[in-house]
Ligand binder design. Structure first.
Ligand code: PLP
Length: 305
């Protein structure tokens, strides 16, 4: 993994090798940290790097922190500024992935959220494809259920909850699938292991609502807007039954790491014609232009480094 040379740690930019926490840190012992996953994209013509929707990412990070009774001294504006500083320090000239984390920084034993010190840190790494087979993915329906809002809120990016995602991902991969669809406790499809899902039925783009135990994805929100404005598609947020995906015309997953991944088979059944559909294909192309700051209509989503 190609990691950054520098990180933001304990209030300043330091060499990555110095950005270390103790094995006694609360966030490590109990999964009491919340994180974000952002990307900055290299635009080859402009020879510039652009962070995609950092306001939305940091607003969600601070919301996740709020859910976990965390407080840090930074607001969205200052988090964006230090993100730009971190990226400039290493002078990145390629697509990168950023991992900001807010964590319970006290050391010692004691399961709770209150009366603990919180801190913020961030590192960067070079882009890697998250789902290797992103044009033709074969997914299964996981035997694991999604964490419920009353267990660990899925709308917060809480580190401890990613044990759920890891179980889902590993079992799907070891069974030969690229990814998995995860049911919530009501039996509806919530999302993938770390991405939101969409299907096209009768020409309508459908995605589960934020009340079906999903992470409120920023790629999801972007795709909804692009599909409506650029493709003129009807987009409906409603619960999705397990068997609906077998008869959908198209399916895809969205996420900052995954981007837009075409699903062409679910549990050995072809989705539509068993190949990437036209809406998925158009959205992938448009999304790639937008994140790289090549579409002036969406320039407000691109923050230049
Ligand atoms: C569980 C989960 N769902 C969905 C997503 C997609 O969210 P976003 O598009 O904001 O990256 C992610 C990735 O952050 C995730 O971890």
């Amino acid at each position: 993994m190609d990691l950054s040379k520098h990180a933001f740690f304990q209030g300043k930019i330091v060499p990555l090798g110095e950005a270390n926490i103790s094995i006694a840190t609360h966030g490590f012992l109990y999964g009491t940290s919340v994180f974000g996953g952002m990307r900055a994209y290299w635009n080859e013509e402009k020879k510039r790097l652009f962070v995609f929707r950092p306001y939305d990412h940091f607003r969600r990070l601070l919301n996740s922190a709020h859910l976990m009774a965390m407080n840090i001294e930074y607001d969205v504006e200052s988090l964006i500024q230090l993100t730009l500083d971190v990226l400039r320090t290493d002078d990145w000239k390629q697509d990168v992935y950023l991992r900001p984390t807010i964590y319970k920084a006290d050391m010692g034993i004691g399961v709770r959220l209150h009366e603990l010190k919180d801190d913020f840190c961030m590192f960067v790494m070079a882009f890697e494809k998250y789902v290797k087979n992103d044009t033709d993915a074969h997914v299964t329906v996981s035997s694991w259920r999604r964490v419920d809002d009353n267990v660990i809120p899925a709308r917060g990016k809480v580190a401890g909850a990613y044990a759920n995602s890891a179980l889902i991902k590993t079992d799907a991969n070891r069974s030969g699938f690229d990814e998995a669809l995860v049911l919530d406790n009501n039996g509806h499809i919530s999302e993938g292991s770390a991405m939101n899902i969409f299907m096209v039925r009768d020409g309508v783009l459908i995605t589960p609502p934020v009340t079906d135990n999903i992470l409120e994805g920023i790629t999801r929100r972007s795709v909804i807007e692009i599909a409506r404005k650029e493709l003129g598609l009807d987009v409906v947020e409603r619960s999705i039954d397990r068997t609906e995906v077998f008869i959908a015309e198209e399916m895809f997953m969205t996420g900052t790491a995954a981007q837009i991944v075409a699903i062409t088979k679910v549990d050995h059944r072809p989705v539509g014609r068993g190949e990437m559909g036209p809406a998925t294909s158009k959205l992938r192309t448009m999304f790639d232009d937008i994140v790289r700051a090549k579409n002036p209509r969406y320039a407000q989503w691109n923050v230049e480094v």
